[in-house]
Design a protein around this ligand. Structure first.
Ligand code: X6L
Ligand code: MG
Ligand code: MG
Length: 166
């Protein structure tokens, strides 16, 4: 039985759009993954570590027969293949793939916490998630993406701008 998963993608090293596209192509090429929804791309100011350039962020919906940790390993392999380095904590990255939700699971494993513990505070995640899955309920909070987004300060949401090529 396939599981429904949501993956957050982010890049802030050029060529940002190319890294997003390459990551999506690698997920699509995986035999155990079907990409079922793709959000728009948003340009977003950096959060956490501020001395870095703006991100492109988006969210994907997947159907997969992979187990949660297997999906994590696939995401990490894609990050490595796209030259992800971990030099500065929360610093610039070619590509970041985070499992936001996996089915309706809530669990804390050593390698993976589901749902992503900080997704409900991050407009750069909730704006694209609300676009493709407004009625989806976040396990642990019991709120829909639409409701979580309403809880965020307007100035954080206003900083998330639809991105257009060129
Ligand atoms: C205090 C301390 C408050 C740390 C917040 C927030 C840390 C977010 C890390 C934090 C804190 C993060 C992206 C990003 C990052 C991204 C945008 C992170 C991990 N990833 N900013 N910052 N998009 N716009 O994908 O999310 S670093
Ligand atoms: Mg991240
Ligand atoms: Mg990550």
């Amino acid at each position: 039985m396939d599981k429904l998963a949501y993956i957050g993608l982010g890049s802030n090293i050029e060529l940002r759009k190319q890294y997003l596209d390459d990551a999506i192509e690698q997920l699509k090429a995986h035999e155990a993954i079907k990409v079922t929804k793709i959000s728009s791309i948003y340009e977003t100011p950096p959060v956490g570590y501020l001395e870095q350039g703006p991100f492109l962020n988006m969210v994907l919906e997947l159907e997969t027969s992979l187990k949660n940790i297997e999906l994590l390993k696939v995401c990490q392999a894609i990050e490595r293949s796209l030259d992800r380095k971990r030099t500065i904590e929360n610093g610039p990255r070619t590509i970041d793939l985070d499992i936001l939700m996996y089915n309706h699971e809530y669990r804390e494993l050593e390698e993976l916490i589901l749902p992503h513990p900080r997704m409900k505070e991050r407009a750069f995640v909730l704006v694209p998630l609300n676009e493709i899955a407004p009625e989806r309920v976040m396990p642990t909070s019991g709120k829909t993406m639409e409701e979580l987004l309403l809880d965020l300060p307007a100035k954080e949401k206003d900083a998330i701008v639809l991105w257009k090529e060129g």
